[in-house]
Design a protein around this ligand. Structure first.
Ligand SMILES: [Zn+2]
Length: 250
């Protein structure tokens, strides 16, 4: 049993690599969405999206076909639920918008979605929020679906290029990073800022840095431990070690 008086000590940052085993392609990898179709990145430009109905129609069709709707969490997502139940988890900071941490059972208030979420969609004018699935169901008759309150443009709550990160997400992430004794970066090359900047922040605050990624990352030189094995094996093994280390008498 954990010492319930002890504060949690582990913060985990996750990127696309934790969800590729769930069938969700990453953006920049060899099989990535933008590698295979550079024009796909234009669909995520907020200015083009707000200006051009054709961009919105193509964007909605792409979201409707996205692998996220069929994706299921893997052992890598589930082991972070074990970490939370052991009383060790400060927070999961994620660059993913697939909702798989919550689907695995992580508490919503422990998950900080730094790049937003595909689960919900909001009106760019009046900020009314609706489930994205409900909007997708309207596409056959409404290829550029509009807000049912004010007629404004709808956009998934994923952070597009040219948009700010969600309110308070970065603040919460910085606080969770400063509280960490162990900071684990999983499935991310740590090249996208400002999120990547959390890693040196954690190290400066005295955290032990563990990198779990098949490819080299921008901060391997700061890592105390680097795990190159497949994430679905490496992360559960790491979590089991962290939980054992917390148990009294060890
Ligand atoms: Zn509206």
């Amino acid at each position: 049993m954990p010492h319930h008086d002890d504060p949690p000590t582990v913060t985990v940052l996750t990127g696309a690599g934790i969800s590729t085993a769930s069938g969700i392609p990453d953006f920049r990898g060899p099989q990535g969405v933008w590698t295979r179709d550079p024009a796909a990145a234009d669909l995520l430009d907020i200015d083009a999206y707000a200006r051009d109905a054709r961009v919105r129609e193509r964007g909605w069709r792409a979201w409707a076909q996205h692998a996220v709707w069929e994706a299921r969490p893997t052992a890598a997502h589930r082991c972070l639920v074990d970490l939370e139940r052991a009383g060790l988890l400060v927070a999961v900071l994620t660059q993913n918008f697939d909702g798989l941490h919550q689907a695995a059972g992580s508490s919503p208030d422990k998950v900080v979605e730094l790049h937003g979420t595909l689960t919900t969609t909001s009106c760019l004018r009046c900020a009314t929020t609706v489930p994205t699935r409900d909007v997708l169901a309207r596409l056959p008759t409404e290829p550029d679906p509009r807000c049912q309150v004010c007629g404004g443009i709808l956009k998934p709550d994923v952070v597009y290029f040219g948009e700010r990160l969600p309110d308070d997400a970065l603040e919460r992430a910085v606080a969770a990073t400063r509280d960490a004794h162990t900071f684990v970066a999983v499935g991310t090359t740590l090249t996208v800022h400002p999120v990547a900047g959390l890693v040196p922040l954690a190290v400066d605050a005295g955290a032990r840095l563990v990198v779990v990624n098949a490819e080299p990352t921008a901060y391997d030189h700061l890592a105390d431990e680097i795990l190159r094995d497949p994430i679905d094996q490496a992360l559960p093994d790491l979590v089991a070690r962290l939980v054992r280390a917390r148990e009294p008498g060890l």
